[in-house]
Design a protein around this ligand. Structure first.
Ligand code: ADE
Length: 241
């Protein structure tokens, strides 16, 4: 049976997936960590979903690269997946043709705010570019556009961030995927990133306002596309037997 682990940052993004897959909460092995895991079965796939959990000091969802790294490491150790899926929401550029609710598959994943101008190697390490060969195949089969998933630790966007983000043809700006990709690569586990747009970063309305207004709708659309992806993965797993 194929084991799939989904890494989702916020409980609001995960809720429609947990509900539709009818996943049950299971204990994470390390009680110090805030991440929470859910497990179940879908069309012959063994599914686990791990969220970063609520920060105990600030009582908010743990977003960003640090919790993403810890969650991914712990999830890989506990569930030993054949495939990781990072499902979440993102910002995108209206003037690159994106709209609220668009869903993208990450063909490449990189940081946009890890700038280390200390020579070629540090520069490349900072950029942290991860190609996803699998993504192109699944994007085509699901009829989704491929985007460059650009990770940073800020929801808003500085002019320097914007210049870097604009280097890419189609952008999914978010806060976890590159950290997840780094751990996935260490453990030689393939990763698919699927992202739905909550906000247009070049709109007159603030990112925060758009994000809060569109989070539930974008999470629902994310869930629908995650299901399409699982259907295809299930078919592939069955035909491989
Ligand atoms: N998640 C959803 N929208 C985002 C944005 N604009 N920047 C970073 N992460 C996001």
């Amino acid at each position: 049976m194929q084991r799939i682990t989904m890494i989702v940052a916020m409980k609001q993004e995960a809720a429609p997936i947990i509900k539709h897959l009818n996943l049950s909460e299971v204990k994470m092995q390390d009680p110090v960590l805030t991440c929470q895991a859910f497990q179940g079965n879908y069309k012959g796939l063994d599914i686990s979903l791990v969220v970063n959990g609520t920060d105990r000091e600030y009582n908010v969802e743990s977003v960003g690269t640090q919790p993403a790294t810890i969650t991914t490491l712990e999830a890989i150790r506990q569930f030993t997946p054949d495939l990781l899926i990072n499902a979440g929401t993102c910002g995108a550029f209206k003037d690159k043709g994106s709209a609220i609710g668009d869903v993208y598959m990450g063909e490449r994943i990189r940081y946009f705010d890890r700038r280390i101008p200390l020579g070629e190697n540090y520069f490349a390490y900072g950029d942290g570019s991860y190609e996803s060969v699998l993504a192109q195949n699944y994007a085509t089969r699901l009829g989704l556009k491929g985007a460059v998933v650009c990770t940073g630790n800020s929801l808003d966007m500085s002019p320097t961030d914007e210049a870097i983000l604009r280097e890419e043809p189609l952008v999914a700006k978010e806060m976890e995927a590159a950290a997840i990709a780094a751990v996935a690569k260490m453990y030689k586990t393939p990763l698919l990133a699927i992202k739905s747009v909550t906000d247009l970063v070049d709109d007159e309305c603030t990112t925060a306002e758009q994000f809060l207004a569109n989070l539930a709708r974008a999470s629902e659309l994310l869930q629908q596309n995650v299901f399409k992806l699982l259907d295809v993965l299930s078919k592939d797993a069955k035909s491989a037997v």
